[in-house]
Design a protein around this ligand. Sequence first.
Ligand SMILES: NC(=O)c1ccc[n+]([C@@H]2O[C@H](COP(=O)([O-])OP(=O)(O)OC[C@H]3O[C@@H](n4cnc5c(N)ncnc54)[C@H](O)[C@@H]3O)[C@@H](O)[C@H]2O)c1
Length: 389
Amino acid sequence: MTSRIEWVRDSCRLLAGISAEFARTCPFDGLTIGTGIHLEPKTVALILSLASGGARVISTGNLSSTQAETISYLRHRGVQVIGETTTDQARHAEDLREVIGEKPDLLLDNGGDLFLSYLGDPYPGLLGGTEETTSGRMRLRPLAGRLDVPVLVINDSPIKQFAENRHAVGQSVLESYLRITNRMTNGRRAVVFGYGACGKGIAAAFRSAHALVSVIETDPVARLEACLDGFGVPARDEALREADIVITATGAEAAVAGADLAELRDDVVLCNAGHFPVEIAVDELAGSPLVLRAEDAADGISTWHLADGRRVHLLAGGHMVNLSGPRPLGNSIESMDLGFALQARCLEAIADGSVGDSQVVVAVPRFIDERVARAFLEAYGSSGRRPGA
Ligand SMILES: NC(=O)c1ccc[n+]([C@@H]2O[C@H](COP(=O)([O-])OP(=O)(O)OC[C@H]3O[C@@H](n4cnc5c(N)ncnc54)[C@H](O)[C@@H]3O)[C@@H](O)[C@H]2O)c1
């Protein structure tokens, strides 16, 4: 596993450049950065880049995605890591509180958990921070009035939208489906819930793998876009009755719920790509009177056997399928290198005061997007090859 962490670190060309620069410029000298983001090989590269800029970093993971090897790798390099891998909400909340208890000057959040924990126990001196995701932005925007410091939402950078949410999530959800189930997608009917950036990428990736893809969308404008992009947009019940594969990417709770069990066909596979493990209402489905028994069918696959003989499979317990389950790789290294370069530059800008207090839960400033875009084209070459190679 350590060799994978090294592979990822060596592959993150933007973060390597930023680390070298930060070691000279020390933008975080004397500052503590609290992070609440997946602890997996790619975030190691980000966290160590921040540390190389002089920060004392105190980190905890997100629910379910923490990898044990990552924790020991970081601890060996002087990063204070709170907690272990957990799927327990109460335990996770404790870990977040412990990070906040250290009164970090800057917060790097993923899903809004860390800022919510801060609001539960605010302290003077917070300079601001970043939020990585759509789900976090949805939680934090209504609270912007209570956060009187800059909070930059990485998710709302156009770069994050097209590089990670669309292209990378599409590829990694397909890769995870293939890896966990080892089943073909050709000719299978895949139903994607949500046609935002992630849903668009997932629908496109499954279509490229010769699945017959339909989209379920609550927003008629996004539904129209899916239709004009060539995807089926059937009625919800009809889509569920036909589906071999159901994938949620909505940011919403219970997009697939207990009542849907009546519609699902035998041998259907359900999985979630959304940030929180609530898009498929797992407890409701498991507790349905239609369910006779549940079993762990294989690594990362659980199966409900219904009284009428149908089987419904769930991948990774309804957690983010590309970051949970067996041997999760997450999104491509380059896409995360881009997003994490945005993270590092945003935190640097907040630390040096070039982002004002009025910029609360807003997108990444344009000057940072442009700087990171230029750096990527230079580091990876406009053809995708290393310049000069
Ligand atoms: N797995 C990953 O690596 C990864 C990466 C980035 C984002 N995410 C997460 O994926 C989720 C989606 O992100 P996004 O950027 O595409 O969001 P988005 O807001 O751009 O799109 C979500 C879409 O879902 C639709 N929707 C909402 N509720 C629905 C429902 N019940 N049924 C059908 N459609 C519904 C909305 O109308 C919207 O068009 C979020 O939770 C986000 O945090 C995951």
